[in-house]
Ligand binder design. Structure first.
Ligand code: AMP
Ligand code: ZN
Length: 141
């Protein structure tokens, strides 16, 4: 299913041209127009899901293998030393386009410094309590 008002639906299905890295029946992988590094790519399912919570298991299950394939292509084709796989869900998580997409961001020796967070502090009790809250939520029913 596609959403007529969704720009990534139009790009994924070829209605709007893009710098396409890879395409198959279910996905198009394009270059991000605001790249964090050279070759920053976005994996777009051709069907519309607002984020990972809406995706069916079959689609979701193909995203990581495809990210690995694209990342390996960045290492081989662009000389990247590594890559980050990033996927934002929700405005407060930094999502700006509400069509599921996975960022594959090549990393090069010497920078740029990107996709990092400042490690916080934790204590074992607090970690255990937090883990229990999430565990209860994911295992209820
Ligand atoms: P996110 O913040 O995870 O929703 O990521 C959206 C990404 O899409 C950003 O990195 C944008 O630079 C990128 N973007 C938005 N519109 C386009 C477009 N038309 N073509 C390519 N990349 C886009
Ligand atoms: Zn869409």
């Amino acid at each position: 299913m596609n959403d007529q008002n969704c720009i990534f639906c139009k790009i994924a299905n070829g209605e709007i041209p893009s710098a396409t890295v890879y395409e198959d029946e279910e996905f198009r992988v394009i270059l991000d127009m605001g790249p964090a590094s050279r070759g920053h790519a976005l994996i777009l399912p051709k069907s519309h899901f607002k984020d990972i919570t809406e995706a069916d298991m079959e689609t979701a299950g193909k995203l990581f293998p495809l990210a690995s394939k694209i990342g390996q292509g960045m290492k081989k084709g662009l000389g990247a030393a590594g890559f980050n796989v990033v996927q934002n869900n929700g405005t407060c998580a930094g999502q700006t386009v509400f069509h599921l997409h996975v960022h594959v961001i090549p990393r090069y020796e010497g920078g740029p410094e990107i996709v990092a967070w400042k490690p916080g502090k934790s204590d074992p009790d607090e970690l255990a309590k937090t883990a229990a809250l999430i565990h209860a939520a994911v295992t209820e029913n």
